[in-house]
Write a protein that binds this ligand. Structure first.
Ligand SMILES: [Zn+2]
Length: 95
């Protein structure tokens, strides 16, 4: 096992998609886009989903791997959740 350590990586598909989409969606709303607000919105969005982990080769790009594993309907659910989270954080910034 140890000789192959580092060959594979574990990624959360939902987390990758949220990290890909949320910052741009947030700046589009005109709300605060500081690191705190972006991370708060990411946490809120991600807490509404169960884990969705896959194993990829370490050489694979995690963004591309996540995009190729997500269904169109799951992607819509993620976008809806991001929208709600951004609205909440915009109205309740924790700073
Ligand atoms: Zn902020």
């Amino acid at each position: 096992m140890s000789e192959h350590k580092g060959e594979y990586a574990l990624i959360n598909v939902t987390e990758q998609i949220v990290k890909n989409l949320l910052p741009d969606m947030m700046s589009g709303t005109g709300g605060c886009t500081c690191e705190r607000c972006i991370m708060d919105a990411m946490a809120l969005a991600l807490n509404s989903f169960n884990g969705n982990y896959i194993t990829i080769k370490s050489s694979e790009d995690p963004e591309a791997a996540a995009e190729s594993h997500i269904s169109a309907s799951d992607r819509k659910k993620i976008i809806l959740s991001i929208t709600k989270s951004i609205d909440f954080v915009k109205g309740n910034p924790r700073h």
